[in-house]
Design a protein around this ligand. Structure first.
Ligand code: CA
Length: 255
């Protein structure tokens, strides 16, 4: 299956700096979006560090045997690529911990991350925090990740509606992230891709502003992926652009 991608990251209308980072590496089949938080420089440092480390570990583990995800134990419940992603998140989290130890001013920095590792018709996904992965297939948009956030927990528990969660003052509080803490819980899943699928990774600067049906509507436009990414960001900004926004779109092309 042929893949192509496009991305756009933008500071938005209200923030002075962009703390989101992303990477796309077609050779590795790796796509990552990270949304940093904390302090004046911390958020930017954390998201960039995470993206770089995830990429480095995925590159390194590609040279190892299928069950060798050193230094993280292999989990037989998911395949090799899911394990490689989990290992890369764990290593990124350790890098953040070491960086904080060395630089007092970075204390409190953290980042979310969502990553897809795509090979042939298979995709492994991993995430912590409220950056999301969506699948657009045959006219339908499906959310592939559940946010690790305070409001999402309230929605799941029936205490908040989706609409109320969108407006809630605590909507930015994440319950999992790469904080540098030792108890990181990475959520990993796997997916079979079909020709014509579009995989969208994004930061919450998109998903808290645009509802899923509007995102689906933009993704339904055929053709240029960059135009689609730009349109998503433009719509988030037109609606006030309250946060940094990143969209990374992967297309599984018809051969
Ligand atoms: Ca954000």
């Amino acid at each position: 299956m042929q893949k192509s991608w496009a991305a756009r990251t933008d500071t938005g209308r209200r923030r002075s700096q962009n703390e989101d980072s992303f990477c796309a590496d077609l050779d590795l089949g790796l796509f990552v979006v990270a949304d940093g938080m904390g302090g004046h420089v911390g958020g930017e440092v954390a998201s960039e560090l995470a993206v770089t480390e995830i990429q480095t570990v995925i590159e390194f583990t590609a040279t190892l045997g299928p069950q060798d995800t050193w230094p993280v134990p292999f989990d037989a419940k998911v395949g090799t690529d899911g394990n490689r992603l989990r290992a890369s998140f764990t290593m990124a989290n350790r890098r953040i911990a070491r960086k904080i130890e060395k630089a007092e001013k970075l204390r409190g920095m953290a980042t979310t991350a969502v990553a897809a590792l795509v090979k042939g018709s298979k995709a492994a996904l991993a995430h912590v925090g409220d950056s999301r992965a969506y699948l657009y297939r045959a006219g339908q948009l499906t959310r592939l990740t559940s946010d690790h956030s305070w409001v999402e927990e309230q929605v799941r528990g029936g205490m908040l509606t989706e609409a109320a969660a969108r407006e809630h003052p605590r909507r930015n509080i994440v319950t999992r992230a790469l904080f540098g803490a030792s108890d990181l819980d990475v959520e990993v899943s796997e997916l079979e891709l079909e020709t014509g699928d579009r995989l969208l990774l994004c930061s919450d600067g998109l998903s808290t502003v645009l509802q899923d049906d509007e995102i689906g509507q933009v993704l339904s436009a055929p053709g240029d992926l960059q135009v689609v990414c730009d349109e998503l960001v433009n719509r988030a900004n037109a609606a006030g652009g309250p946060d940094n926004v990143t969209t990374l779109l992967v297309d599984v092309a018809t051969e």
